[in-house]
Design a protein around this ligand. Structure first.
Ligand SMILES: Cc1ncc(COP(=O)(O)O)c(C=O)c1O
Ligand SMILES: N[C@@H](CCOP(=O)(O)O)C(=O)O
Length: 462
């Protein structure tokens, strides 16, 4: 299995190289050269298996020779051992044909743990045998950062720097990033929004001298391994609802487009997914793009669902690559327009492909609150605001197939939004009960690239 860049002019890599590389050197994102397809019998055989075994069977064809089967199974087992639910990703029924996939039973209470706990293991194994040292830099709107810190804290061959937008993450998210005492963890509060942080990260990857000097690695969903690990729960959910013998629809609260892109890959692998629905908050660039054909950035509006306050959805590039017939030059041209003008127009053929592949919907702040309140009343399920965006859009898209909405975070990560909607203050799990008593450690930064690079060089001694 080989990996190619969406911009067509970076070296072709193995799974291990793509995982450790993050962003391609031509600025593109790595994707598999071709997506392996599972037969109907292979998919049917997943029903009833433990999550870890499904993970092994779904991901194995993508990893090539990087790990033996026994090694890979052991790493998967370690990755999910700390989850607080035996099913890892349990399904709850919300209505006659509507299910919630709870993805928040990992150590940091968000879906990011599914991929981050695994790539923590994969990085350790790969770096352990090569003796290499890396500097992980991540951009976060709140959840990726805490999941990355949890997965990499305390490791001797990794430093982890997390850039988050100052004042734009929830207090629980901030404390999850600023309270770990490990010397290899560095939380940086940056003036700006998530797009500022992600832009800085991409600039670091494009600064080859810096990138090579610090051994830069990325754990955002620009890293293919992140997407791959997220493909698994589409399979586990769908087979428990009758796939491959019937199709299942999914609605995904969407920001950086990594999670829904994982659903797109699951469908390409042969999983019968009917509708694949993008749910956005008021930062609705993806919904507008599908509706009008124009991908036009606007300023990011702070919302009740801050982790989705994103305008530059990195993984959209991956689906554009397919929509443009895997023409890397055409994708590079669109991305240059985006960088220069803040917008691009999708041509007619690719737009039709996108519209055939995805449905979409946008949810206002009022609807988000109302959905949290309504769902609690109807189903006794307390939703986080991101999951509420998903449920609201899913309800507009219910059809004959079972609909699964991804519940991407635990309500206790966003107590103000949940309390505002329901009057209930969601409690953190007991293991995190002292989060507000732990001392914080954070460095405030302006959004200046050179200053951040200088700080990373100084802290790593590179
Ligand atoms: C809680 C939550 N829901 C949804 C999303 C959106 O996911 P994605 O960026 O993969 O589209 C995020 C951030 O990524 C998140 O943290
Ligand atoms: N919502 C995310 C934004 C970054 O997404 P990623 O999946 O690309 O890491 C966050 O919580 O940080």
């Amino acid at each position: 299995m080989q990996y190619i860049s969406t911009r067509g002019s970076a070296p072709v890599l193995t799974f291990e190289q793509a995982m450790l590389t993050g962003l391609a050197r031509d600025g593109g994102l790595y994707v598999p050269e071709s997506v392996p397809v599972m037969t109907e019998a292979e998919i049917a055989a997943l029903a009833g298996l433990p999550y870890e075994e499904i993970a092994f069977r779904v991901m194995r064809p993508f990893i090539g020779e990087t790990f033996t089967d026994a090694e890979f199974k052991a790493l998967i087992a370690k990755a999910y051992a700390g989850f607080g639910h035996a099913a890892r990703a349990p399904l709850k029924q919300l209505g006659p044909n509507h299910f919630l996939l709870e993805l928040f039973h990992g150590p940091t209470l968000a879906f990011k743990d599914f991929a981050m706990q695994l790539i923590g293991q994969l990085f350790q194994a790969a770096l352990g045998r090569s003796g290499q040292r890396v500097t992980i830099v991540g951009a976060t709107s709140g959840d990726t950062g805490s999941a990355a810190i949890e997965a990499f804290r305390g490791l001797s061959n990794v430093d982890v720097f997390i850039l988050y937008p100052h004042g734009r993450v929830s207090e629980v998210q901030r404390r999850q990033m600023t309270t770990p005492a490990d010397a290899n963890v560095h939380a940086l509060a940056v003036d700006g929004d998530f797009d500022t942080c992600q832009g800085l990260l991409k600039d670091m990857f494009n600064d080859f001298a810096f990138r090579d000097r610090v051994g830069l690695a990325g754990v955002n969903s620009i890293n293919w391994a992140r997407v791959l690990a997220q493909v698994v729960y589409y399979f586990s959910a769908a087979v428990s609802l009758g796939a491959p013998h019937r199709a299942v629809d999914f609605t995904v609260p969407t920001g950086n487009f990594g999670d829904i892109f994982a659903g797109y890959i699951a469908r390409q692998m042969g999983l019968p997914i009917g509708k694949l629905v993008i749910a956005t908050n008021q930062n609705d660039i993806l919904h507008r793009c599908l509706t009008t054909g124009v991908y036009q950035t606007e300023s990011v509006l702070p919302s009740l669902s801050p982790s989705m306050d994103i305008q530059v959805s990195s993984n959209f590039e991956r689906v554009l690559f397919d929509a443009y017939g895997r023409d890397g030059a055409a994708v590079a041209q669109l991305m240059n327009e985006l960088k220069g003008d803040g917008a691009f127009t999708v041509s007619q053929g690719p737009l039709e492909m996108l519209r055939d592949t995805f449905a979409s919907g946008r949810v206002s702040e009022e609807e988000t609150s109302a959905t949290i309140a309504r769902t609690l009343k109807a189903s006794a399920e307390l939703l986080c605001p991101h999951s509420a965006v998903g449920v609201a859009v899913a309800e507009q898209n219910l059809g004959a197939n079972p609909m699964v909405t991804l519940a991407t975070a635990h309500p206790a990560k966003f107590p103000a939004a949940v309390e505002g909607a329901t009057g209930i203050h969601p409690a953190l799990p007991p293991r995190m009960a002292d989060l507000f008593d732990r001392p914080e450690r954070v460095t405030r930064m302006t959004g200046e690239l050179q200053a951040i690079e200088a700080l990373i060089l100084e802290r790593t001694g590179a």
